[in-house]
Ligand binder design. Structure first.
Ligand SMILES: [Zn+2]
Length: 446
């Protein structure tokens, strides 16, 4: 084994490579062991696990991790970058910067921009702006319907050819079952996934928070759980009929989970994601009429939170996403009823989940890392998300020891809308590589 490692290191001596040494790596058993990662030509050239490690070749660039954790770059399959159209909330550049600061190297942006990402031109615009930013890898989803209005399907074939990786009307649910079925048939023919924001408008009209004690106490209309689960149930039946890969966005209710679990059991191609806030907060935690606690889906009951946690553990929910949704301070100041839905997510996601679930011994570190790297990569067939030779050198270094309070003023996202301000967390990203280049580090920020 060690001999093999030496030979591999020997073979690649002709290239100038970069070595991350003294890294803590998760081995195949999920244990943290001392190791090194060799990078050359944008790819992982070797991953070496101690105790005995090969020596970097002469002239190699050395990064000493000082015992910090090095994992594959995090993947976020659900983010809002707001450009084009809402550049006062976020731009592709500021959103990508926020992503890499949070340890994310691949992010998938939602099409509810203005104009909506419903044409090849807008897909191309997003890709070219992301390339100019040169930070995270940005992959666009395109809209299912033109303008996300639910009336007419977009040109799936042309959108795929321009670089879209899936179809969704996220921000709103596709209200017509026939429209959704047509979309699924079309996506299935192209071997593309349909990703759904599940929400029946007739059940939620104008409600800012979930049904429950908070809504009752403040005299607000509540969003019932079935507004989400009705679409999940409908779409599972349509996925069964069409054979499409159907992915459920930001699952938040016990009822949706029950339906997804049953669908998986009988072999329907359904996958699902959950957000950190739906794993950590319930409607009982909302301190008052502060719109930084307003998001869609809303914070639900403690029972729903528990169901989400269990579903992630038993594999009913496949992955964690942030649903990063920046808004300006003015917009969020409009109050619980009128402010737009959404909270930012990139810069707090890993520390929140690490502190809440790994530090407390509820999850292993490996479990958390998988749900933010390998799991989304496998479901959406991405080449990144793994620490293996030949994979893109997308990496994140994390300081598991340093404890720090969340300070929204330090966010590089334009959005400071978070309910987690002041929370003391551990597990902060300190450096991020994309294709072998350091795109962000704590040192360069200071
Ligand atoms: Zn959504």
């Amino acid at each position: 084994m060690i001999e093999d490692q030496r030979l591999e290191a020997e073979e690649s001596k002709h290239m100038t490579s970069q070595w991350i040494i003294n890294a803590s790596l998760l081995n195949e058993q999920g244990e943290q062991v001392n190791g090194a990662v060799q990078i050359a030509e944008g790819k992982i050239q070797g991953v070496y696990y101690g105790p005995e490690l090969p020596n970097p070749e002469q002239g190699a660039k050395i990064v000493d991790a000082g015992g910090k954790l090095v994992i594959p770059g995090l993947i976020d399959m659900h983010v809002h970058l707001r450009e084009p159209g809402f550049e006062h909330k976020e731009t592709i550049e500021t959103g990508s910067r926020s992503a890499v600061k949070g340890g994310f190297t691949t992010i998938v942006c939602m099409p509810n921009t203005r104009p909506v990402t419903d044409s090849p031109e807008i897909v191309q615009l997003v890709l070219s702006k992301a390339k100019d930013a040169g930070l995270a890898k940005v992959l666009p989803y395109a809209a299912i319907t033109k303008g996300e209005l639910g009336r007419e399907l977009t040109d799936f074939e042309a959108l795929r050819q321009s670089g879209a990786i899936g179809f969704t009307d996220d921000g709103v649910g596709v209200q017509s079952a026939q429209m959704m079925k047509d979309a699924m048939f079309r996506a299935q023919a192209l071997d593309m996934p349909v990703i759904a924001h599940c929400e029946d408008n007739t059940l939620v009209e104008g409600a800012p928070v979930a049904e429950g004690s908070f809504a009752t106490k403040h005299g607000l209309k509540g969003i019932p759980n079935e507004s989400e689960a009705i679409h999940v149930g409908r779409d599972i039946l349509l996925a069964e009929a069409t054979g499409v890969h159907y992915h459920v966005c930001h699952v938040s209710t016990e009822q949706s989970i029950r339906l997804i679990r049953q669908a998986k059991e009988i072999g329907i191609r359904v996958t699902a994601e959950v957000c950190p806030h739906h794993l950590i907060l319930s409607e009982e935690d909302i301190p008052g009429m502060d719109a930084n606690w307003k998001m869609n889906p809303p914070l639900r009951s403690p029972r729903d939170v528990q169901a989400c946690i269990e579903a992630l553990i038993d594999g009913t929910i496949d992955m964690i996403v942030t649903d990063h949704a920046p808004h300006s301070a003015e917009e969020k100041a409009k109050g619980m009823q009128l402010a737009p839905f959404g909270i930012v997510g990139f810069e707090t996601a890993f520390p929140l989940l690490y502190t809440r679930f790994v530090e407390t011994g509820l999850w292993t570190l490996e479990f958390l890392v998988q749900k933010m790297t390998k799991a989304p990569a496998e479901v959406f067939r991405l080449e990144t998300g793994r620490l293996v030779k030949g994979a893109p050198a997308d990496l994140t270094m994390i300081d598991l020891e340093q404890e720090q309070a969340v300070d929204p003023e330090t966010f590089v996202s334009k959005g400071h809308n978070t309910p987690f301000g002041g929370w003391k967390l551990k597990g902060w990203p300190v450096a991020t590589w994309v294709d072998g280049q350091i795109v962000w580090s704590v040192k360069t920020e200071q």
